[in-house]
Each structure stands twice: as C-alpha cells, then as structure tokens.
Design a protein around this ligand. Structure first.
Ligand SMILES: C[S@@+](CC[C@H](N)C(=O)[O-])C[C@H]1O[C@@H](n2cnc3c(N)ncnc32)[C@H](O)[C@@H]1O
Length: 382
C-alpha cells in the first residue's frame, strides 16, 4: 500500500516492531489522537471551508437554534428546574455551543438564568477557541477533560449533547471468514503498512454483534465501535436526571451491517475529498465510520436510559422548529438576496436523498423524566 510519510509513520512502525501487529482501533486512535500529531490533536482547521469536511454546524446557526428550542422543551419536561446544566462532548471550536447559548440567552431568560455549560473535548488546546467563541457567556462556562468526565466524580442534571462525536471514536474492524469472525490487524514490512486477519483481540467484538443480532456474511467486513458503549456508560453515569441528545451519521444495526455493505463504512476525509485508504498521510486526514444507533439504544436501556426519539435529522429539524427559524428569517429585515442564500443553506440541512437530512440521525435518551413531551415528537409542521 502506498504511503505519504508523516511523523506518525515512524511512531506506528516502531510500535509494530516492538509489540507486533496492532488492531485497527489502535492504529486509528494514533492517527486521530496521538498528542500533537493526531488529526484532532494537531493544529489547523478541520471543519468548515478551510478544513477537510463540513458538519451541520458550519451550515447555519439555525441548526443550533433548533437544538436550543428542543433543549428548552426538555427543561420544561423536567418541571423548569432552577439549575440546568448543558454538557457538550466533542465541542470542537465551540460554534454549536455558541449558537445554542445565544438562542437561550435571547429567548429563554428563565432557563438561561440558571444555566451552566460544561465543555468536554479530547483536544485540550481547543479550550482557547471555545473561550473566544463563547466570550458572551463567560460566567457560565466550565471545562472538563475526557478523563474527568469519565471518572465518575462529575455529575449533572440537564442535557448532554454531541454532534459528530461517536463517528470520530476509533473502531475495530472485523471480517467474517469460513472459520468464523476474524479481526483486521495492521502490520508493517519495510515501512509499508498492510492488513492481516487474525483471532479477535477481545471476545467483546463477537458479543457486540450478538447484542444487535447481526450475523455477518462470509467475506463481509464491518467496523465495531467498542468505544461508543463505553462513552455512553460514562455519559449515563454522569447524568442524574435529564437527557442525552446524540447527532451523527449512521443507521440502525440491521441497515448498517446489511450484507449489501460488504466493505463496511470506513471513510477518510482530506480537503473535502473522500479517500478509502486509511494508510495515507497519517494524522493529516480524518478517519471515520458510520454509527450503529441500535447499540446506543440497547446499551442505553441496559444503563437505565429511556429511548425517547430516534429518526432522521430532517424529521428532527422539521418538527423541532426549523420552519419557525425559516419564518423568522423571512420576517427579518435582511435583503432578499441574503434570504435566498439562507433558504438554500437551510435546505442542505434537511434535504433527504444523500443530503445531510437523512444520513444524519438524532437519538434522544432520558433518565428519570416522566413521559417527556419533546418538540420532535410533534407531527412535522404541527
Ligand atoms: C468530528 S469532530 C466534531 C466537532 C464538532 N462537534 C462539529 O460538529 O463540528 C469530533 C470532535 O470530538 C472530539 N473528541 C473525540 N473523542 C472525544 C471524547 N471521548 N470526548 C470528547 N471529545 C472527543 C475530537 O477531538 C473532535 O474535536
């Protein structure tokens, strides 16, 4: 396999020379999160026009404003408590948090009065960008490392939300053979990375597939995200009362692991181009895999969470308030040309058929909230 040499080539090659082949999850974790060198842990813009990919947040502030509308509804469902904590995991530069906080400050004074926002990021240097972005809300902000978040010492009541966090967690890769399930390992010979299949590094891989009743077909490859249930367990332990709102691209397990998807969903992004080879420009290209929402729902139930709502992003946005956001834009005094530009931007968020509207899904889970009445449960437009 061809490679483009970066400092991570030497690091991973040395690791393999020392300990033998590594799992793909170890390889991906190094490419994304090696301190100072990983894709998410090195300087440079990742998201937006100057980065490698767009997320819904970069499209328009209305995305965050609709989430804020739903958060206000969650607060009402909890009986309008005096204190309410928002937690964002994987907050990047803080843009989504800023859009949410601005909406709540402007439209929900009572909620905003007792509001606190805790930002959890794998990459600590992003705190500076988040501080700048959220300067208007400075007295309400706190930061936690991922270790502090998972330590069991942090608890809160309110809403924990994330956008495109789970797809950025390192995944194991497996392949079904005539001898049973095998794991994909990364080896290295003369500086060239290669893959080989071997006995699974942990029985958890098989257990994961069994939990969602998936039987891979011979020859079928797939990703298994063991980090997702671990993250959800930390989130659920921290949550005393309230909601977990997860937005990401993915499918229910039956659709994600369909035999039609023979090679899985692993994909890399570099300067707005997709790339299938994860062994190129290590640390300079993003590596992701689609999210298995069935596992999040099943593990959530095991953790004592209720699954309140799961569906396509466009359904969520349409019923939770994007229509009202569009009406606000229409009523505003901005120029007709700008209104048209905004209408087209918002269309991107809700367009099905390969747009962001249906590949992206929203899952809302809750703990200790009796029959929450959420905006997304309304009929679209109702
Ligand atoms: C794909 S980016 C999404 C950023 C932002 N939410 C957005 O939508 O533009 C994923 C982010 O999650 C962060 N991250 C990865 N693992 C994390 C974890 N366990 N806890 C918190 N943040 C994490 C990464 O450093 C990165 O900033």
């Amino acid at each position: 396999m061809t490679t483009e040499i970066t400092p991570l080539n030497d690091i991973i090659t040395a690791r393999i020379a020392q300990q033998g082949r590594i799992t793909f999850a170890d390889f991906m974790a190094t490419c994304l999160y090696e301190p100072g060198l990983g894709y998410y842990t090195s300087p440079g813009r990742k998201v937006g026009a100057e980065g490698d990919f767009y997320t819904s947040i970069t499209v328009h502030a209305a995305f965050g404003r609709v989430i804020a509308r739903e958060i206000a509804q969650m607060w009402r469902s909890m009986g309008t408590p005096a204190d309410f904590t928002l937690v964002e995991c994987g907050a990047g530069n803080g843009r989504l948090a800023c859009d949410i906080m601005n909406y709540l400050a402007g439209r929900e004074a009572q909620l905003y009065g007792g509001l606190r926002l805790v930002l959890v990021e794998q990459e600590p240097s992003l705190e500076a960008a988040q501080r700048e972005m959220l300067a208007a809300h400075v007295g309400r902000l706190a930061w936690l490392s991922t270790d502090e978040f998972a330590s069991g010492n942090f608890t809160f009541s309110g809403c924990l939300y994330s956008n495109e966090l789970i797809d950025a967690l390192p995944v194991h890769r497996v392949v079904m053979t005539s001898d049973g399930l095998r794991e994909v390992y990364v080896t290295c010979t003369d500086g060239e990375f290669a893959e080989e299949a071997g006995e699974p590094s942990t029985p958890e891989l098989e257990a994961y597939l069994n939990r969602v009743a998936v039987k891979l077909h011979p020859g079928q490859q797939a990703e298994v995200n063991l980090n997702a249930p671990v993250w959800l367990a930390s989130a659920s332990n921290a949550l005393q009362r309230g909601f977990i709102l997860t937005i990401d691209y993915g499918y229910p397990a039956a659709e994600l692991y369909t035999p039609l998807r023979k090679l899985g969903t692993l994909l890399c992004y570099y300067r707005h181009q997709t790339e299938e080879n994860p062994y190129l420009r290590l640390g300079l290209q993003d590596i992701t895999a689609h999210v298995d929402f069935t596992t999040l729902m099943k593990c959530g139930e095991e953790l004592g969470l209720q699954n309140n709502w799961f569906g396509e992003q466009y359904r969520f946005l349409m019923s939770a308030g994007i229509i009202e956001e569009i009406e606000d834009i229409e009523r505003s005094a901005i120029a007709e040309e700008e209104k048209l530009r905004l209408r087209l931007a918002l269309k991107k968020l809700i367009l099905p058929d390969g747009g962001m509207g249906d590949t992206f899904k929203v899952l809302i889970q809750s703990k200790d909230v009796t029959t929450p009445r959420l905006l997304c449960q309304r009929r679209i437009g109702g």
